[in-house]
Ligand binder design. Sequence first.
Ligand code: ACO
Length: 224
Amino acid sequence: MKTLSSTSLKEKSTTMEVRVASSEDYDKILEFIRVHYYLEEPLTIGVDASVPQDRRDEEFSMSNIEHGTSIVAVEKDDILGVFLASPKNEDVAEHIKQEAEKFTGTKWSKILEILYRCENGANVFKKFNVTKAIHGHVLAVHKGARGRNIGGQLVEKAFSVAKSKGYDLFTTDCTSYYSAKLMERLEMTLVHKLAYKDYTDSNGKQVFNPPEIHESIMTFAKKL
Ligand code: ACO
């Protein structure tokens, strides 16, 4: 991937396209999230910090593309942001739990365990009386292009694509202070909040220790 300086991206007048991601974007998106997502995402850097993201974590993120509900922002040949999202149904919490149990002890399993807690606590299918939803898993904007509302545009496009595919609910777990602020700006409804300090192991020790600005995982929902 070409590297553009932060300044040039910040100042560039926009010829940006925000569209559904396809299999042709696969390699570029993988390269993009390795640089602009995993190196900062609070769960990834908050547990087993010396270990990089699990291969299964990457595979799961990338598997979102095949559903036609993931969004990419591109300017010329450069990716400026992605929002990887896919369908889920009422079995999802149980499925996350089973995946976590398969890989016990790994970084991926620890991440799945906390996401299971959020999914269970949020209980969106009951709350919103639906049987299916689209869930946004990976939101990332190029480090040099933040603060241009690219995140907001990705999320709004994801809402309209989900709606056009017959979904009435969109949900997402914001592990980051910045993504939570963004969802609040888009008037998503906060349905669950889990503070990192309250998520402890059997010895009472905090499991995830991301940078201080990230205090909790906030789960948001939007009726489409
Ligand atoms: N670090 C420092 N400042 C930031 C960051 C960040 N990670 N993200 C946004 N900001 C700043 C912006 O520069 C902007 O500042 P300004 O008002 O002075 O110009 C302000 O916060 C508002 O930025 P937004 O436009 O709301 O954020 P943007 O859409 O550019 O990026 C995002 C938000 C996508 C969450 C970004 O922080 C990011 O890519 N983070 C790394 C990966 C990550 O943690 N993703 C979220 C995980 S949760 C999930 O995926 C659902």
